[in-house]
Design a protein around this ligand. Structure first.
Ligand SMILES: *Cc1c(COP(=O)(O)O)cnc(C)c1O
Length: 398
């Protein structure tokens, strides 16, 4: 149990496991295996090997000197998750969970994906370890993200287009959960963010914490002290909790999570449950979530597909409740402006998701002194988003 897990599987009142009995049996089985292997020296050695040789870790904590000079204020450091193999932080969690599946003697991995990024990362690791991989995707999403479907298939995965309901992420999650409950003895459900029922938020935090562990040590080495701020974008919350958790006990380090404000919090067209939602239960766990007037899950919007989720990890919900972190919202237009600014100032094209964190840093840095520092997590590279931004500019939406 970690320091912040107040009761097993709970972060304050958030988290837990609200699932039917067959699924609970699968989750119990997973929890036992995770507890058994996570501190096992051989497991750690194998994970470290692939993190270095395959993912390319450690990635740099890069001092963005030109951006800092342009803004005039705090020094900005970029944690370069965009330099990982497959171009984002998601691979950290995928490698950890695939190795766990391997230890459990499981040869079939399933996942669900909305925009396709997690599906591609999972298909990548399964290819490398020779595991069978099935990725559930809503039929509408599969059509919208045809190129990511092709990537997964190139990597040897089977993509199942789910035809139920609205044919998007929710239906894909339901299909994956049904498969898992039926087949857990020979199947591993690889969840992509710090969400879902216990033990997933804990597992994902564990494997993503490499981000914050590296960043903390790198900042200490470069500056001889800890940073003043750590900033990351929050969709489900995995890249953010990975950066934040190792700073939890450093009470002088301010933690800021940046949610997608979409067209503006007042319009309702956003995906910012911590900024404008309320507690509730969704997808088997308790968290801040976006509700409509009937208390049902509200529809969401963000220019960044990877941030477009109506809930958020239970640990972030707890950080907010106890005031350990601040959660702010950045709108689509601000994120798109930051996408351009970082590209021009540093020659680094950030993912539109990451651009939300960058946008907040652009506002924050000038309000601070040149003695202070900010670490911004560049959760992924923006190559995947260039076409989308191009199309929006053609349509003069930017
Ligand atoms: C998926 C994704 C995110 C959002 O997921 P989290 O679990 O909130 O980290 C952020 N950035 C990039 C580049 C992504 O691919």
């Amino acid at each position: 149990m970690s320091k912040v897990e107040t009761k097993k599987g709970y972060f304050g009142e958030f988290g837990g496991s609200f699932v039917p009995e067959p699924l609970q049996a699968a989750l119990d089985h997973l929890e036992v295996a995770f507890e058994q292997y996570k501190d096992d020296p051989e497991f750690i050695e194998e994970l470290n090997y692939y993190m270095k040789e395959y993912v390319g870790r450690p990635n740099p904590l890069y001092y963005a000197e030109r951006l800092t000079e342009k803004l005039g204020g705090a020094k900005i450091y970029l944690k370069r998750e965009d330099l990982n193999h497959t171009g984002a932080h998601k691979i950290n969690n995928v490698m950890g969970q695939v190795l766990l599946a391997k230890r459990m003697g499981v040869k079939r991995v399933i996942a669900e994906t909305g925009a396709g990024q997690h599906g591609v990362a999972t298909a990548t690791a399964c290819a490398m370890f020779g595991m069978e991989c099935v990725v559930y995707m809503g039929a509408v999403d599969a059509k919208r993200q045809a190129l990511n479907v092709f990537r997964m298939e190139l990597l040897g995965a089977q993509v199942v287009a789910v035809q139920d309901g609205a044919q998007t992420l929710k239906e894909a999650v339901d299909a994956a959960l049904t498969d898992y409950a039926q087949n857990y003895e020979n199947t591993f459900y690889l969840l992509g963010s710090a969400v879902g029922p216990h033990p997933y938020p804990t597992i994902v935090r564990h494997f993503q914490s490499i981000i914050g562990q590296e960043a903390r040590a790198q900042h200490l080495e470069k500056e001889g002290r800890l940073p003043d701020y750590v900033v990351a974008c929050v969709g489900g919350g995995s890249n953010a909790i990975g950066l934040f958790a190792p700073f939890f006990n450093d009470s002088d380090v301010k933690i800021v999570g940046v949610e997608p404000g979409g067209r503006g919090l007042s319009t309702g067209d956003h995906a910012a449950p911590l900024s404008a939602g309320e507690p509730g239960v969704l997808h088997g766990f308790k968290c801040y979530m976006m509700k409509d007037e009937n208390g049902e899950i509200a529809s969401t919007h963000s220019v960044a597909a990877g941030l477009d989720y109506p809930g958020v990890g239970p640990e972030h919900s707890y950080y907010k409740a106890i005031g350990r972190a601040d959660y702010v919202a950045i709108e689509d237009q601000e994120a798109l402006a930051a996408f351009h600014t970082l590209s021009r100032a540093e020659g680094i094209i950030p993912a539109i998701e990451s651009s939300h964190a960058v946008a907040y840093a652009l506002k924050l840095a000038p309000t601070l002194s040149s003695e202070q520092t900010i670490i911004v997590n560049v959760s992924g590279r923006g190559d995947k988003d260039v076409q989308q931004v191009f199309d929006m500019m053609q349509q003069k939406k930017v």
